[in-house]
Design a protein around this ligand. Structure first.
Ligand code: BG6
Length: 519
């Protein structure tokens, strides 16, 4: 059995009330890999009340028993703690149900409403429902409409215990207009306070630590601005390709799939002003404010500030890897990017003039998500002996893998002559706190049950992020930035290096770890 430590934050367990979680798209990949294992782990850690009921809603015919057996197989395969503890599992499985219906069939929703009312009587769930949209985005609007028509959207006026919430998976639209349309449709049935737009990066422990790191330590905030910061890099690199998701990915591309959400979220957490409180809206107000300060590019700027790449056939560790065009579901001749690099400007008092470089790619040499904050160098008047290199101080916030925070400093090498070397001062999560780390989906599901929307994306936030991306997509569509190519297992196209080299910088950190480039 792996990772058996209980959750340190047991206090939330008592606050959660039993509810019914209805998962739309219950036979899909996300449910199998993430949602059911998360529900199992929350149950195992005692964070979900004993009367929590889970209903899988999907098209395929299946009995409750079949659904339970498949769920157990998935927990045994994908859970961070496995195999499932039989006692915990049997208890959970007795509250796990399957509901078969086409998404467009109104009868399926009235039958669901009846079933839910029955669970209220049987399990005392008090009209509390959490709907989870884990289907293809093409189904979102019709499911929401049908929920509304079946009376499952608004809060039940005859119950003092009831609540209804909806978690919406990404992608949330494919541009500003479709995101606005989706928001409009959802908000016709669910009030904004009931809507939880998910970005699983916000559920990662290290991402949450960004706010603690910035605002619980007095030493960083005073230097967190244009006077001290030279430039900032945000990287989310994956060592894998599109992994059988070519059909979806080909309609999205890295800019929509990764940058609009995950990278923008990391960027806002690093650059937002201190919120007036930790209240969900106070935090999200600041995130929106900084998103609105990001410069919207015209075509010329897009051509200069962005790079779009795609992987070609190659070899990784001696194994041939098909290029993007060889992936299942990818249209012949597709120009969808699997790599994007961009430079952004934040035009506000704190950040004006500091370049922010973002990059994300599939089939990179190494997996790694991190934020590097480079400070201006010390004046080079004292330590400029031959052979010495005065490195900039760099604060490296590593999200994954090996979550850590490190500061790069100059130190004097031992010896009779003064020679400087860059050294790292490290804080590793695992060393400090042990290996226990709940999965992002555990935290986010629990937060939605507890009505805490801090780690979910607000309507104006998702729209502001799309406004930035739209400008780039629109320019790309007119051919401003030709697609460039890279081999799998590399650091991406050389054009992305030139983007930084032009400003006298480089994508240095992860390369240094590989021994490729010294900082
Ligand atoms: C998802 C993207 O949102 O994030 C995927 O759709 C990507 O393409 C994934 O692989 C990366 O998430 P993580 O948690 O593995 O870094």
């Amino acid at each position: 059995m792996t990772d058996n430590k209980p959750n340190a934050n047991q206090s939330t367990a008592t606050a959660a009330e039993g509810c019914v979680i209805v998962i739309f798209g219950a036979t899909g990949d996300l449910t199998a890999r993430k949602l059911l294992p998360a529900i199992y782990n929350l149950t195992r850690d005692g964070l979900l009340p004993k009367n929590t009921v889970v209903v899988g809603f999907a098209r395929r015919p299946k009995t409750d028993e079949q659904f339970r057996q498949e769920a157990l197989d998935n927990v045994n395969k994908f859970s961070r703690s496995k195999p499932a503890d039989p006692k915990v599992w049997n208890d959970l499985a007795s509250r796990l149900y399957y509901h078969q219906s086409a998404f467009e069939n109104p009868d399926g929703y009235s039958a669901l409403a009846q079933k839910l009312a029955g669970f209220d009587r049987q399990f005392n769930t008090g009209g509390r429902r959490l709907f989870y949209l884990s289907t293809s985005p093409a189904e979102f609007v019709q499911i929401v409409e049908q929920l509304g028509n079946a009376g499952l959207g608004n809060i039940d006026p005859f119950s003092s215990t009831a609540w209804r919430r909806i978690i919406v998976e990404k992608p949330f639209g494919r541009d500003l207009q479709t995101a606005k349309d989706l928001n409009y449709q959802i908000n016709r049935v669910f009030d904004e306070s009931q809507v939880f737009r998910i970005d699983h990066y916000l559920g990662k422990q290290t991402v949450q630590n960004l706010l603690v790191f910035r605002f619980a330590n007095g030493i960083f905030e005073p230097i967190w601005n244009r006077r001290y910061v030279s430039h900032v890099k945000v990287t989310v690199n994956e060592a894998i390709g599109v992994e059988g998701r070519g059909g979806y990915f080909d309609t999205a591309g890295t800019l929509r799939d990764m940058v609009q959400n995950h990278l923008m979220q990391l960027l806002t957490l690093v650059t937002m002003e201190p919120p007036v409180s930790l209240n969900a809206d106070a935090i999200r107000d600041e995130k929106v404010r900084v998103l609105k300060a990001i410069q919207l590019y015209n075509r010329d700027e897009v051509a200069r500030m962005t790079v779009r790449g795609q992987y070609v056939d190659g070899v990784i560790n001696g194994v041939p890897v098909p290029g993007y065009h060889g992936e299942r579901g990818v249209a012949p001749g597709s120009a969808t990017e699997t790599y994007a690099a961009l430079k952004l400007n934040i035009n506000n008092w704190r950040w004006q003039g500091v370049p922010f470089y973002l990059r994300s790619g599939k089939y990179m040499k190494k997996q790694g998500s991190e934020i590097c904050i480079h400070f201006h160098s010390a004046p080079g008047v004292l330590f400029n002996a031959p052979g010495s290199k005065l490195a900039r101080n760099v604060l490296n916030l590593r999200i994954q893998p090996r979550e850590s925070i490190s500061i790069l400093m100059n130190a004097r090498e031992p010896g009779t002559v003064t020679k400087l070397s860059p050294v790292h001062m490290d804080f590793e999560y695992q060393t400090a706190f042990g290996s226990y780390s709940p999965e992002a989906y555990e935290r986010l599901l629990l937060d939605a049950i507890l009505a805490d929307s801090t780690l979910f994306i607000r309507r104006d936030e998702v729209e502001s992020a799309w406004a930035i991306i739209d400008r780039i997509e629109e320019a790309w569509a007119t051919g401003t930035s030709p697609l460039v190519y890279y081999a799998p297992g590399t650091w991406g196209p050389p054009e992305a290096d030139q983007l930084l080299a032009h400003d006298g910088f480089s994508w240095d950190t992860m390369r240094a770890e590989d021994g490729e480039v010294q900082i």
